[in-house]
Design a protein around this ligand. Structure first.
Ligand SMILES: Cc1cc2ncn([C@H]3O[C@H](COP(=O)(O)O)[C@@H](O)[C@H]3O)c2cc1C
Ligand SMILES: O=C(O)c1cccnc1
Length: 351
């Protein structure tokens, strides 16, 4: 199976003329230049990405990808593996945090099962079953996925991005659900950044300090087994997860269809890091929503030269941190589109 084209083809460039017009407009609005701080830059960047003079993120497309992790047998999560499938049912019935947030935002919520150990429940409304395998293998002992499985998961993500484009999505948010995925994400980040696991492994759903030390040793074993710093597909296959690979494919797929991406917390940022390593120009398409309380997120954000919008101590995943930042982006758009200029309002500009 071939990787989706967004894996091999450079993403499109932002529109420099739209960026310049947006900068001029911001400078002519009734406020001292720069006084709306990063909200100004947000609007200007959105204009360049959406190639428009009137940026909008009213139509938000959210895809949550779920997958199980073989590394759970090493005792690296505070919660049991079956929670992944149980949460899929919770997404479907509207009870999860991301369900509530998506509803509030009027966003579409696409739930995709990329591979749970619990057999998929085909009765669940609104859940897509695109199982690549029944969870990954234990990455501490063998490759989590074959290259073919990783490619299939990239394609699942790319297909979700294609749906977002068909629905005229103006902003894409990816979310993760997979018990054990903070272990896989930390392992991936360590391999790509050549970091010591003790710097990137954290409590995830709530391990105590002994649990975190054990988790770091599991990641260390995985890195000894698989090595570090190799090309993105083999790192993703050996240390990643089905939902993480799908997120990587979705982020690349969204940018390739000219949809800006609002990146969530630790897990999604690691998926974005894999994608940026494969296609460095992807970085232009990424907004970073929040700084997760998962300690490794800070290092990943630094590697991506990212300054997140919010720092609320959230550490949930599901795309929840990104959803919480959408109202700020909407406000940045309204200010850009609806404020009066000095000229229109008859307000004297600085001398
Ligand atoms: C009820 C529940 C809902 C969640 N929603 C997201 N996660 C998050 O926590 C998990 C990662 O943490 P760890 O690596 O420690 O297992 C992932 O499923 C992630 O999406 C959840 C976790 C739980 C328990
Ligand atoms: O920041 C995240 O993405 C995160 C943190 C803890 C658990 N699950 C996800």
């Amino acid at each position: 199976m071939n990787a989706p084209s967004a894996w091999t083809v450079k993403p499109p460039a932002p529109d420099p003329a739209a960026r310049e017009r947006a900068r001029e407009r911001q400078n002519g609005l009734t406020k001292p230049r720069g006084s709306l701080g990063r909200l100004e830059q947000l609007a200007i960047t959105l204009c360049a990405l959406q190639a428009t003079d009137r940026p909008s993120v009213e139509r938000v497309a959210i895809s949550v990808f779920a997958g199980d992790h073989g590394v759970c047998t090493e005792g690296i999560s505070a919660f049991p593996q079956e929670v992944t499938a149980q949460m899929i049912a919770n997404f479907a019935s509207g009870g999860a945090a991301i369900s509530v947030l998506a509803n509030h935002l009027g966003a579409s919520l696409d739930v995709v099962n990329v591979g749970t150990v619990t057999p998929p429940d085909h009765q669940l409304p609104g859940v897509r079953h695109e199982m690549v395998s029944a969870g990954t293998a234990n990455l501490a002992r063998q490759p989590a996925m074959t290259d073919d499985q990783a490619v299939a998961a990239l394609r699942v993500g790319d297909t979700a991005a294609a749906r977002a484009a068909e629905n005229h999505g103006q902003l894409f948010i990816g979310g993760d659900m997979g018990i054990g995925n903070t272990t896989a994400a930390a392992a991936l980040a360590c391999a790509l950044l050549d970091e010591d696991p003790r710097n990137l492994v954290g409590p995830g759903t709530g391990l105590d300090s002994e649990g975190v030390s054990h988790k770091a040793r599991v990641v260390e074993r995985a890195l000894e087994r698989h090595g570090t710093g190799r090309e993105p597909l083999s790192v993703l296959a050996s240390l990643g997860g089905l939902e993480i690979a799908a997120l990587t494919g979705a982020i690349l797929g969204a940018a390739s269809r000219r949809i800006p991406v609002l990146v969530d917390g630790f897990i999604v940022s690691v998926a974005a890091l894999v994608a940026v390593r494969q296609q460095p120009a992807l970085r232009d398409w990424l907004f970073f929503a929040h700084r997760s309380a998962e300690p490794g997120h800070q290092r990943v954000l630094a590697a991506l030269d990212a300054q997140p919008l919010l720092d609320l101590g959230m550490r949930l995943g599901e795309g929840s941190g990104a959803a919480v930042a959408v109202p700020l982006m909407r406000l940045a758009c309204d200010l850009h589109n609806d404020m009066a200029s000095f000229e229109d309002a008859g307000v004297s500009n600085r001398s």
